[in-house]
Ligand binder design. Structure first.
Ligand SMILES: NC(=O)c1ccc[n+]([C@@H]2O[C@H](COP(=O)([O-])OP(=O)(O)OC[C@H]3O[C@@H](n4cnc5c(N)ncnc54)[C@H](OP(=O)(O)O)[C@@H]3O)[C@@H](O)[C@H]2O)c1
Length: 247
């Protein structure tokens, strides 16, 4: 297995990202980090998990993506903000036919997002909120909708709110390279619908019981065989797996 000294991670990145399809060709990649014991969180967040290489992989996939897809609870718990960029990355993306920076798209039914949070102001591009039609017409949510629109959110209808309709709503906006950053509820929603092409899974060498929050969870049944496409490790014992969904 290829190993890499922790801190000298950049040469590993192209191998972790793997082959890249042309801009405009739909692809959905899920990016997740887990403990050895299968938890997606430690002390309520994924932030204590992973290492610098994992962070560089996140940045590389955000730079690859047309859109960052994330669940409402992750956006709140992890205090999401807009994707960072710089002139070099923005120019490269423009030259390749992409927007300078990928927007964050938050999947939400309740619209329970704080309009004063940094998701709305600490960003180059306004967030998309992917909202089932019912929540866009629910009179009890009218005030929330207005507050979020006033904060800059683009409310985007997703029909019944199925995973297929969520992805279709993104594709209709030309956002075909999707990086799905979770959380567990959204991973399961997307995997159950067979909409994830690649899973980038980072395994942090932490074994902790009880398992705080299973990485894959939710009320939908999922059973998928994955093909291991690439594996690597950094010398702190963090494992980087890239799986392809077998269809
Ligand atoms: N280890 C990792 O890689 C990783 C990655 C991300 C997050 N996390 C952790 O996971 C936790 C959050 O995960 P989670 O499973 O509770 O929540 P989640 O997957 O982030 O979001 C679930 C939420 O998505 C929205 N949603 C789900 N299906 C929907 C649909 N069909 N249409 C519209 N909205 C829909 C709802 O949001 P509303 O409630 O807004 O309606 C639902 O509550 C956090 O603790 C975070 O730190 C870990």
């Amino acid at each position: 297995m290829p190993t890499m000294r922790h801190g000298a991670e950049e040469p590993l990145l192209p191998h972790l990202v793997g082959p890249v399809l042309d801009v405009g060709v739909p692809e959905c990649r899920a990016l997740a980090v887990t403990t050895v014991s299968g938890s997606g969180t430690v002390d309520g967040s994924s932030r204590p998990l992973g290492n610098a290489t994992d962070h560089h992989l996140l940045v590389a996939l955000r730079n690859w993506a047309d859109v960052v897809l994330v669940g409402g609870r992750t956006a709140v718990t992890e205090n999401y903000f807009g994707v960072r960029t710089d002139d070099t990355v923005a120019s490269r993306r423009r030259a390749g036919g992409q927007s300078p920076v990928a927007p964050v798209a938050v999947v939400t039914r309740t619209l329970d997002l704080d309009p004063t949070s940094q998701l709305f102001w600490n960003t180059f591009t306004p967030p998309l909120l992917l909202v089932p039609d019912a929540a866009l017409t629910d009179a009890s949510l009218a005030e929330r909708r207005e507050q979020l629109k006033a904060a800059g959110a683009q409310l985007t209808p997703t029909g019944s709110g199925s995973a297929e309709e969520i992805v279709q709503a993104l594709h209709q906006r030309g956002l075909t390279r999707i990086v799905c950053e979770g959380g567990p509820g959204i991973y399961s929603l997307m995997f159950a619908a067979g909409l994830v092409d690649l899973l980038h899974l980072t395994v942090d060498p932490l074994l902790q019981v009880p398992v705080e929050k299973p990485l894959f969870a939710g009320d939908v049944a999922v059973r998928h065989r994955l093909q291991l496409e690439h594996h690597a490790a950094t010398d702190d014992g963090t494992l980087f797996l890239r799986y392809r969904a077998v269809r």
